[in-house]
Ligand binder design. Structure first.
Ligand code: NAD
Ligand code: MG
Length: 384
């Protein structure tokens, strides 16, 4: 009779995108729990100075820099494949994927194929290739545990319960900086306006996604794949305080929610420990009086068309979610360079989906071709 080896007492963790907003939060959490987790791999895009500081603190076995070989220390890995190399290492049990955008896809696939838990902040991987990621989990024995706060909330509400008892889930959305702006004013929204998020401090791309509500469409698709729910069972409500992180409604009408101050510390920690909990002081104490009053509003679908376009892309399936994601990523990059206006972002998404929305999404290469083509359509649309 063979017995499986005992699980490592101290779990090895790779943090991909360790220099970003989620990445630095994750390292703060890991720093408090060095008796349970050891940081064995770190990767960054180009912030070598910060990566060097992180390396001095955590002394990982593997360091990778994706986008620059300037100033890289000897022994560090360089180039895009360092994400996959970090994700597949034998000393890694958990991969925190905190890379932004489609660049995170191959690492997610590699990690779950190698049997790892992926603590997934990089929702774009699941949106682009949800079916492939789930199939790779099935083959390789890996799993995806969400870091996104809404999905973490839902996972926590579902713990120990059967999915057949779920009627629907309701994802909360802050509404972003333009929640109260009339549509006419949105046309004049600047980069600085869009980066001024009312409740969350995050990287630039997701902050713009929160302003267009494209982020909530990405999250609807993410929830579809994570929890196996039909799109009809996933709704969105605007909640400007970002205190209720999402709701689950059960078949008997009972509704559970998970609450807390807007902080990514708990979602990161819970993705590491799920289904267990670990004592921690990172989340500010909960004071319902201080955090209230709590307000809920309908989403303004007609003024924020990226939300509907993204959810429809999810329903359409195939390459459509990858096209939505890539067109959005390219348009957001151009917006952040002040080359296009705020309302050009949903226009770009619509144009790419119109041309490519029926494409094949059956394998990684087809999805990557759709991704590249969508980005090209958006650049050509604005002659960039
Ligand atoms: P960020 O821009 O602050 O950080 C991104 C990280 O990815 C950086 O470490 C950067 O070096 C790395 N990176 C960038 N481009 C890369 C590339 N081409 N290849 C490899 N690495 C690259 O972004 P963030 O806000 O931390 O968001 C990261 C991911 O987490 C996104 O998918 C975002 O949607 C998701 N997320 C973020 C938050 C948040 O609070 N920031 C909340 C929920 C989900
Ligand atoms: Mg979220």
């Amino acid at each position: 009779m063979t017995t499986s080896p005992p699980a490592r007492q101290v779990r090895g963790v790779a943090v991909l995108g360790s220099t970003g907003s989620v990445g630095t939060t994750a390292l703060r959490v890991l720093q408090r729990h060095r008796d349970r987790f050891r940081v064995v791999a770190l990767t960054a895009f180009s912030n070598v100075a910060l990566l060097r500081e992180q390396a001095a603190l955590f002394e990982p076995n593997f360091l990778g820099v994706v986008g620059s070989d300037d100033d890289v220390m000897s022994g560090w890995a360089c180039g895009p494949d360092c994400l996959v190399r970090a994700a597949q290492r034998d000393d890694v049990d958990i991969v925190i994927n905190a890379v932004v955008g489609g660049a995170g896809l191959d690492a997610t696939l590699a990690a779950v194929s190698a049997g790892k838990r992926v603590a997934l902040a990089n929702k774009e991987s699941l949106v682009m290739a949800g079916e492939l990621v789930l199939a790779a989990c099935g083959r390789g024995g890996g799993e995806i545990v969400p870091v996104d706060s809404e999905h973490s909330a839902i996972l926590q509400c579902l713990a120990g319960r059967s999915m057949k008892d779920v009627r629907r889930i309701i994802l909360t959305a802050s509404g972003g900086p333009f929640r109260e702006w009339p549509r006419e004013r949105l046309a004049r929204a600047t980069v600085a306006d869009a980066l001024h998020h009312p409740t969350w401090s995050m990287g630039r791309k997701i902050t713009v996604d929160s302003a267009t509500l494209a982020n909530k469409a990405l999250e609807v698709i993410e929830a579809h794949f994570l929890f196996g729910l039909a799109y009809e069972q996933i709704e969105v409500v605007v909640h400007p305080q970002s205190v209720v992180h999402s709701f689950v409604e059960f078949v008997d009408g009972s509704v559970l929610a998970q609450l807390g101050a807007p902080s990514m510390e708990l979602p990161v920690l819970y993705a590491l420990t799920h289904p267990e909990r670990l004592g921690d002081t990172g989340v500010p104490p909960f004071d319902p009086v201080e955090l209230g009053p709590l307000v809920f509003e309908s989403a303004r679908y007609s003024d924020f068309p990226a939300l509907r376009a993204g959810v429809e892309a999810g329903r359409r399936g195939g390459a459509a979610p990858a096209v939505f994601n890539a067109a959005n990523e390219q348009a957001v990059a151009l917006f952040l360079e002040a080359k296009i206006g705020f309302l050009d972002i949903p226009r770009a998404i619509d144009a790419a989906l119109e041309r490519l929305g029926d494409g094949d999404g059956g394998n990684r290469d087809a999805l990557m071709r759709a991704d590249e083509c969508a980005r090209r359509i958006v650049r050509e649309m604005f002659a960039c």
